[in-house]
Design a protein around this ligand. Structure first.
Ligand SMILES: Cc1cc2nc3c(=O)[nH]c(=O)nc-3n(C[C@H](O)[C@H](O)[C@H](O)COP(=O)(O)OP(=O)(O)OC[C@H]3O[C@@H](n4cnc5c(N)ncnc54)[C@H](O)[C@@H]3O)c2cc1C
Ligand code: SF4
Length: 480
């Protein structure tokens, strides 16, 4: 990563809807153009280089092709990992890609974003202190990139069933569901509030893991199967209602993610420089020119999950001088894996554990610092001991303390849909409590908020919907 002395233009406050912030010297503290064009390009380049064919061949030979392989069980989509690696080893890259995509249609993005260290690679039998696990994610990327680079379509639709399914949300859960349903011969309409499909692959995940080009390449591949009609810029709860969808379609799948941002739980005076991490990341992912993004000198991020790691690493890469993540518990309690934490630290981010915010401090309407109190142990979380408080100077603060389901989107049906811990309750088949309505991905209870889990949810729901619709055809029943 390349960081350079600050220089360049002020960001356009009109574009980003926030006021400029002045530091002690009277300089604008939030501004873009802190780095050279070359530094932006280097800092946001693909974080991991792809394997060369030779490297892929050598790496595939390291696999023991275990019987009852633990990596298969550890993959939420149960990709037959030994089979796809054996195919790479024997030069059958198309066969390898088929093994991957038949289980996980978003295998190309998952190869880049899965926390493999806690999933498939974490379970690899070669994972001991003396050796490294087989690089399953990198091999998966090798096979799927080979396929996409050659525009090879592996899937086709079954004969039309005449059944229609409404899918709300075009993220990994919704798209995976839509693709499987289309394969099985159903007609699918995908409604999404954004003007592009892809969900957080397009608007959320760090730019150095997945570019828009990779996300949209996958969307195009998925849609190529036919039978999927996207309706973009359409919001459930505003433009359409769940009750209407239930009337218009034979089945409905909800994959609306968790778009609401949790509050800090303290008084939040309106200060320029305070951002919600998700909103900023969306802006970053859609920016044509990274030098236009406002960046502070001293940045504080509050949170402990992947969003906190991503915003901290990216704002550092945009040229912030000091970036500190503050998390209220210890390193092992963080939602982000050890590898993710190490990644942020090697990007120059400081992680401070066992502290929570007490007060936002400001001057002339702009953030200047955040006061924290220490939270040494669970027993002390509720204690306010002023002697343990400390202040971190900050001209920019990101709230990254988790997201929540926006219940208003469910237009009153939140009262009908059974909820669990603020998310939609589903059974093992991803059926909700409302007949004819399935749900999956981040919006359902009990998930792990990972792309690969959302893809599996969508797939499972599609298979369950398919069984239901075929049964319905036999019995002539509706919305069971
Ligand atoms: C910053 C960040 C970084 C992440 N990094 C990783 C990572 O590295 N690896 C990983 O595995 N996971 C990561 N995740 C988690 C992963 O992105 C999610 O688990 C995954 O995208 C969930 O898919 P989904 O389809 O359920 O929801 P989403 O991807 O959120 O898609 C939901 C879709 O529904 C649409 N929508 C929402 N409300 C409505 C409505 N009312 N009407 C119509 N459409 C609506 C949205 O526009 C969106 O397209 C990250 C998440 C964040 C926030
Ligand atoms: S989808 Fe993710 S967890 Fe599954 S095998 Fe591929 S990289 Fe591993």
């Amino acid at each position: 990563m390349r960081l350079e002395p600050q220089r360049g233009s002020q960001y356009d406050a009109r574009i980003f809807g926030v006021g400029l912030v002045s530091d002690r010297d009277g300089n604008a503290a939030l501004r873009g153009g802190r780095l050279s064009p070359q530094a932006y390009a280097e800092n946001f380049a693909d974080a991991h280089l792809p394997l060369t064919p030779n490297q892929a061949s050598i790496e595939s030979d390291r696999c023991y092709f275990c019987y009852d392989a633990p990596c298969v069980k550890a993959c939420p989509t149960q990709i037959d990992v030994p089979s796809f690696i054996r195919n790479i080893a024997t030069g059958n890259i198309k066969g390898a890609a088929h093994d991957i995509l038949e289980q996980n249609i978003m295998g190309a993005v998952c190869a880049r974003v899965c926390p493999t260290e806690v999933l498939c690679e974490g379970a690899c039998v070669r994972n001991d202190p003396e050796q490294k696990p087989v690089a399953i994610g990198a091999l998966q990327r090798h096979a799927t990139d080979w396929l996409f680079d050659r525009h090879v379509q592996l899937f086709e639709r079954a004969p039309a069933t005449g059944k229609r399914v409404g899918v709300v949300g075009g993220g990994p859960a919704g798209l995976s569901c839509a693709h499987r349903l289309a394969m099985l011969g159903h007609e699918v309409t995908v409604f999404d509030a954004h003007d592009k499909l892809g969900g957080l692959n397009e608007y959320g995940v760090a730019a150095y893991k997945v570019t828009s080009q990779i996300a949209q390449r996958e969307v195009a591949y998925l849609l190529e199967i036919g039978g999927i009609e996207p309706k973009l810029g359409v919001r459930l709860g505003r433009d359409i209602s769940l009750s209407r969808l239930r009337g218009d379609f034979d089945a409905v799948f909800l994959g609306i993610g968790v778009g609401g941002v949790n509050a800090l739980g303290i008084d939040e005076p309106k200060l320029a420089g305070v951002f919600d991490a998700i909103g900023y990341i969306e802006m970053l992912r859609q920016a044509d020119d990274l030098s236009q993004l406002p960046v502070g000198r001293s940045v504080v991020v509050i949170g402990g999950g992947m969003t906190a790691i991503d915003i901290a690493s990216q704002v550092k890469r945009l040229g912030a001088e000091d970036v500190t993540i503050v998390y209220r518990r210890g390193p092992y309690d963080m939602g982000a894996s050890n590898k993710e934490q190490a990644w942020a630290q090697t990007s120059g981010v400081r992680i401070k554990h066992w502290a929570r915010p007490l007060r936002l401090l400001g001057r002339d309407g702009a953030l200047t610092a955040v006061e924290f109190t220490r939270t040494q142990s669970d027993a002390q979380l509720a204690e306010d001991d002023a002697s343990e408080n400390f202040i971190v100077a900050a001209d920019m603060l990101f709230k990254a303390i988790g997201q929540r389901l926006i219940k208003e989107d469910l237009d009153g049906n939140a009262n009908v849909l059974e909820m669990n811990a603020g998310r939609i309750a589903v059974d093992a088949q991803r059926k909700t409590s409302v007949p004819g309505v399935w749900a999956g991905g981040d919006c359902v209870a009990g998930g792990k908020d990972l792309t690969v889990v959302a893809v599996e949810d969508g797939k499972r729901a599609a298979l369950s919907i398919d069984r239901h619709l075929r049964q319905q055809s036999k019995t002539g029943a509706h919305n069971g």
